[in-house]
Design a protein around this ligand. Sequence first.
Ligand code: S3P
Length: 429
Amino acid sequence: MEAVITPARQLIGEVDIPGDKSISHRGVMLGSLAKGTTRITHFLTGEDCLNTIKAFQSMGVSIETNINSRNETEVIITGKGLHGLNKPASTIDVGNSGTTARLLSGILAGQSFSSVLDGDASLRKRPMGRVVEPLAKMGAIIHANDGKLPLNIYGSELHGIEYSLPVASAQVKSAIILAALYADSPAVIHQNALSRDHTEIMINFFGGKVETRDLSIHAHPVNELYARDLYVPGDISSAAFFITAALLVPNSRITMKKVGINPTRTGILDVYRQMGADIKVENIDYANGEPMGDLTASYSLLRGVEIEGAMIPRLIDEIPIIALAASQAHGTTVIRDAAELKVKESNRIDMVVRTLRTLGADIEATEDGMVIHGPAPLTGNIVSCGMDHRIAMMAAIAGLIARDRTIIADSQWVDISFPGFFNAIERLK
Ligand code: S3P
């Protein structure tokens, strides 16, 4: 489906940022494995999270969705307990969702049945060996297709391991932590940098025990988890597009309420402030152990910056939109240590560089990141997002500051993480 973006003079107003994708996935998974009823409000109804719901429904979990009086989507899960899942009747197809595939592998490894996990053409290209390897060390029997999907997972008895993560991946870490729920001893995980810790926070909230000391995690087995109600804060990775729109379109100011500000996710705020951005965070509150706040971003003159090292996992999903901001900043921006971008929903080094260049930016790819010279006026053009929702949204925000209109040929991919994205833009104009 084609979307046409016309330049904006000014963007003023408030955007309801959909629920956090990572937290929504984990809520369905842990709610399904807990004893009792879990009610999740402000759940993200994007395609990826709907695929997580379908996966657990196919294993016999009753999951209903309805709209509450505040017009929020509520998900009600009747948990089956840690050992209550049924063998799915057919292959579990998780579509485009890497988080579902990787985290679910950890859960399926500990079941008393075998299962097959598969995904769409984009997900079939992404590495699964990174979860298969540590899970096999725990005793799991998993047959992969040359390190990729589909996976045949034969449920088995699992044991604790001590494991150093070769990449700072929250998905790999989470697969091990979830498998450890079923193991006969704790798993100890060492990280070289902090990645998002929503799994750790939510397991503890459901009565489990995951201890974090500096960069090491002790994930303990449990007999049961216990259902709790959850509120999903707005996804800072989705807010990132509107924060950037406000910074780039002259005279703009956009407010986003109750957005998640877990420190493992707020690298974009730190980097944008270093670039000179005016972003306020107010009314800080907590929901199920997760911090959230009201964000207001206003038009700002930006300068180039260097982004590298331990900062990268704190903003990995925001690099496409940060690259757009950098194309409008004064000076050079260098992004390093981000080779992980090559194995996201698309090769995001290639796709960001190719798309922003097509739109008029001065940007080049490096082995582990990109170099961007700004400011370069954007022209508008026709682009395709390559099955990658964040590339589609980056191109749309670029279209707001381009000279002519921008056409995104396959704009339907935004539904993966941000249903209603294009309407939200129109309401601010
Ligand atoms: C996610 C972890 C990150 C992130 C992805 C969501 C999660 O992936 O890019 O969008 O929910 O755990 P990696 O673990 O591969 O870095």
